[in-house]
Design a protein around this ligand. Structure first.
Ligand code: NAP
Ligand code: ZN
Ligand code: ZN
Length: 346
């Protein structure tokens, strides 16, 4: 079927209006009219080839919230009119242990990304959510709670789950000191979830101007990182720090803040390696870990949690023709706190 969207036609090119084909509905597929698509910093990294060679034309977008318009003959999970979400992957092998455990993002064959990847047929380039219509296998979509506004939900499909998952995995909760580095799209969801889970939350930000917002979101302490001396009194005091910063930084400054047996989780993906001082790691038996989005069962769990606690992303809704400006503003850390595209403007 013919659909409309926005694409980068080549690396680093500005995104432009583009018509393309999506597959017709298979027996297990659902079609959705996209309501909103979030702009993740990963979209920018990939459209600008900051992670290495990419596939063009590229329709980015892996934070997709929409409404089901038709269902394939064998679909049992959804019906027309349901509000559903699609995140960072659209398929996986379904047979490996990770897939069986609902950790499709760690599929041994590799998850099939929502864009910038070939579908499992090995030849069709996957096209993402900056578009008016999407087609998805029902097993890789999730139900959006009815009480939540769709524009605030879209970013949950990547930014939300990417912070929810490590907070659950490393058991953030009452009595735990949790740090969030970078108050952007991911970071602000980390603050909301860590606060809702009962942890004591500290934001590390290089933007003093975000202090009041951070406190309103549930942050207990706001530390401005432009002066590293601000970190010194916090040495060895955190159970868990989540690094969502999209740019290069000295990771050792933050490793030093982890207490005995605590963990620093790398989430941001600047594209260049970190230099880690061995002494800082072994001094307090610290762990340096990584975490990538979350699987389908946890994605649904996170959305249900958001429905119960009324948690959504803080968004700035834009029209399609503002995408390039939104990219530049995101890179300049000038976003409160996620740009979301109104899909009726494609
Ligand atoms: P974002 O909205 O741009 O937020 C990144 C934040 O990092 C900024 O708001 C800023 O926060 C801080 N920052 C940016 N440049 C900085 C600099 N030069 N020095 C210090 N701090 C800086 O990006 P996002 O969408 O949240 O994504 C963050 C990163 O996570 C990206 O690299 C993205 O690719 C990656 N990601 C990973 C996963 C995963 O599964 N692990 C999933 C999605 C995205 P302050 O202004 O508060 O300092
Ligand atoms: Zn993302
Ligand atoms: Zn698999």
């Amino acid at each position: 079927m013919k659909v409309r969207g926005y694409a980068a036609l080549k690396a680093k090119a500005p995104l432009t209006s583009w018509e393309f084909e999506r597959r017709e509905l298979g027996a297990h597929d659902v079609a959705l009219d996209i309501s909103y698509a979030g702009i993740c910093h990963s979209d920018i990294h990939q459209a600008r080839e900051e992670w290495g060679p990419a596939i063009f034309p590229m329709v980015p977008g892996h934070e997709i919230a929409g409404v089901v318009t038709s269902v394939g003959a064998k679909v049992s999970k959804f019906k027309v009119g349901d509000k559903i979400g699609v995140g960072v992957f659209v398929d996986s092998c379904r047979n490996c242990q990770a897939c069986k455990d609902g950790l499709q993002q760690y599929c041994v064959e590799g998850m099939t990304g929502t864009y910038n990847q070939l579908e499992r047929d090995g030849k069709t380039p996957a096209m993402g959510g900056y578009s008016n219509v999407f087609v998805i296998n029902e097993d890789y979509a999730v139900t959006i709670p009815n009480n939540l506004p769709m524009e605030g939900v879209a970013p949950l499909l990547c930014a939300g789950i990417t912070l929810y998952s490590p907070l659950k995995n490393w058991k953030a909760g009452p009595g735990k000191k949790v740090g969030v580095m970078g108050l952007g799209g991911l970071g602000h969801m980390g603050v909301k979830f860590a606060h809702a889970l009962g942890a004591e939350v500290t934001v590390f930000s290089h933007s003093e101007s975000k202090r009041a917002d951070a406190l309103a979101m549930g942050t207990d302490h706001f530390v401005v990182t432009k002066d590293p001396a601000n970190l010194t009194p916090l040495k060895s005091s955190f159970d868990l720090i989540l690094n969502t910063v999209s740019a290069e930084l000295d990771i050792n400054l933050y490793l030093d803040l982890i207490k005995l047996d605590g963990t620093l989780v790398v989430i941001g993906l600047p594209g260049k390696p970190y230099a880690v001082e061995a002494g800082g790691l072994l001094a307090k038996r610290r762990s340096l870990a990584g975490s990538m989005i979350g699987g389908i069962p946890q994605l649904q769990e996170m959305l249900n949690f958001c429905g119960e606690k009324n948690i959504v992303s803080d968004v700035e809704v834009i029209k399609a023709d503002y995408i390039n400006k939104a990219y530049d503003r995101t890179v300049a850390s000038d976003v409160k706190y996620r740009f979301v595209i109104d899909a009726s403007t494609f």
